[in-house]
Design a protein around this ligand. Structure first.
Ligand code: ADP
Length: 517
């Protein structure tokens, strides 16, 4: 561990807000600041943000941590960046923006994702590692090319929110391999803008930024902005990577066999491999962290939100009781689930309430309870929901293990980790040891560590494991794991049997004139 004095600034440009931390060289966070901003959603499919609002948040959060920390600016070794993936901003020739930041959540290009899949099959995914989905900048460019041709012609550069911030700081268009690997435009093997994909997007490479490694350092930022933030203009600025891959780093899930799992509102399973890989069945993404560290994984829509649905739709009385007792309604749901045997007495929940990304990549997927009898109670529904969310994530974990070595440990995070029952269930269903790292700002911390590595202040990013504590650890309980080993194949078989009918249901909903989402 590094013990010499000094500090690192790290900023994470997220979708709900921008966070900046100042940490010591051992990873201890000295100060942090967060500024949130809204998503502009004038239609249900639109999800845009104001890039200038975000740029202001970068300036202000940085200024705040510098002011409040009392640390002398010369003691700061570098400033490193994390950012949300998949955003698109169109800039004109004079460096003025022509669009807002179109975020990953924007769904307006959905029909063009289907078109690319029909026309090109899995080829584009295999070249780039980015799933063909409306979140992908490639798909957004194809949509804009065809549906907003005037705007498309006027745009001189297509950039992400991180490039926008770097353009303000340095008047240069640069993009790191990590952000680029999430655009759907980067060739994973060559690490260049893929000519075949660019042709589909209808652009030349000069419409995109210069590619640099995630450890690339820029210096001599605009003096005006350095003064506003109270930092030296020659502070080394490390370009960094995306929030997803840096979160793996910040959680200490970086060595072979260590898998990061999150169940928040949505969910994800991710592991680091030494070379880029893609999945012949296109269930997984592959994004760069460094040239020797690639994050493979899958993001699921149906994480904790499926439990929230159970709480809101099935547990009115419990929510009321919780309010009267002044406790969290989820605690009551957990107590109910605890009274039900492992496996919910033959009840299986497929949690696809929001359609699904990984492992199904099917927007028409829908939720179901399978195996209901008169004997099942509300408590069974709750337990089956907790189990079903985990079975779905186990499918992603299994897909991942086709490409990584068998997992030896799971580092788990997200709101689910507040419940001991759900944590133990993860250990039992995944049949793995689960650790809950003591982490608060994993993407920021990941950026800080990458910054130190870029400066040669640490010899390897694996040093992170010395900086991360843990709050809980669970071993699988053999008897429970044995029951889940029997149920999981049934979960998968039932899913295989019904998933071919999700399209039929989508057609029916359209005929019935119902909203399909
Ligand atoms: P986000 O991903 O939006 O940041 P969180 O990580 O806080 O959100 O996760 C929210 C989810 O965590 C909820 O939808 C719920 O499923 C779960 N959750 C929240 N509180 C609890 C709790 N006390 N016990 C179990 N699960 C919880």
């Amino acid at each position: 561990m590094v013990t010499s004095p000094g500090y690192v600034l790290a900023t994470d440009i997220g979708t709900t807000g921008t966070k900046t931390i100042l940490c010591g060289l051992d990873g201890t966070v000295i100060r942090k600041a967060l500024i949130e901003y809204p998503l502009h959603a004038p239609t249900p499919d639109t999800a845009e943000q104001d890039p200038d609002e975000i740029w202001q948040a970068v300036l202000k959060t940085t200024w705040q941590v510098i002011q409040q920390s009392g640390v002398a600016p010369p003691q700061i070794l570098c400033w490193s960046f994390s950012a949300a993936m998949h955003s698109v901003i169109g800039m004109d020739r004079s460096g003025q923006r022509l669009t807002r930041s179109i975020t990953w959540a924007d769904n307006r290009s959905a029909a063009w994702a289907d078109w690319i899949k029909r026309e090109y099959g899995l080829d584009i995914y295999r070249r780039t590692g980015t799933p063909i989905h409306p979140m992908s900048p490639l798909v957004k460019l194809v949509w804009l090319r065809h549906e907003q041709p005037d705007l498309f012609r006027q745009v001189d550069k297509w950039i992400s929110i991180k490039e926008y911030v770097f353009y303000q700081l340095f008047q240069q268009y640069v993009i790191d391999h990590s952000m680029a690997s999430a655009t759907g435009l980067l060739n994973l093997v060559q690490l260049n803008w893929d000519p075949i994909v660019l042709e589909i997007a209808g652009i030349q490479p000069d419409r995109l930024s210069t590619l640099v490694p995630t450890t690339h350092i820029l210096q001599s930022m605009s003096g005006k902005w350095a003064e506003v933030m109270g930092i030296p203009p020659d502070l080394p600025v490390v370009i960094g990577a995306t929030d997803g891959v840096l979160s793996n780093l910040g959680l200490g899930a970086i060595q072979p066999g260590v898998v990061a799992t999150t169940i928040g509102t949505s969910g994800a399973v991710r592991a680091v491999v030494a070379h880029p890989v893609t999945d012949p069945q296109a269930r997984l993404f592959c994004y760069a962290l460094t040239e020797n560290h690639w994050v493979v994984g899958g993001a699921v829509n149906n994480g904790g939100i499926a439990l929230r649905w159970v709480r809101d739709q099935l547990a009115d009385a419990e929510v009321l009781t919780a309010k009267q007792l002044g406790i969290d309604p989820y605690d009551i749901l957990m107590r109910m689930a605890e009274t039900i045997p492992v496996g919910s007495e033959g009840l299986i929940f497929h949690p696809y309430l929001l359609g699904e990304r990984s492992p199904l990549w099917d927007a028409n997927a829908r939720g179901s309870f399978f195996g209901l009898t008169l004997n099942h109670t509300k408590a069974h529904l709750v337990r089956a929901a907790l189990e079903g969310i985990l079975f779905n994530l186990r499918m992603v974990l299994q897909a991942l293990q086709d490409f990584t070595q068998p997992s030896i440990r799971i580092q788990a995070t997200g709101g689910f980790a507040r419940a001991a029952l759900w944590r133990q269930m993860m250990a039992d269903i995944f049949h793995q040891e689960i650790t809950i790292p003591e982490q608060h700002e994993s993407s920021c911390l990941g950026a800080a560590i990458l910054g130190l590595y870029a400066l040669n202040a640490i010899d390897s990013i694996e040093r992170v494991t010395e900086m991360i504590g843990e709050t809980h650890r669970h071993q699988p309980i053999a008897a429970n794991a044995a029951v889940y080993e029997q149920i999981f194949p049934v979960y998968v078989k039932v899913l295989e049997a019904i998933r071919c009918q999700y399209g039929l249901m989508a057609d029916l909903r359209t005929q019935l004139g119902e909203r399909s989402k």
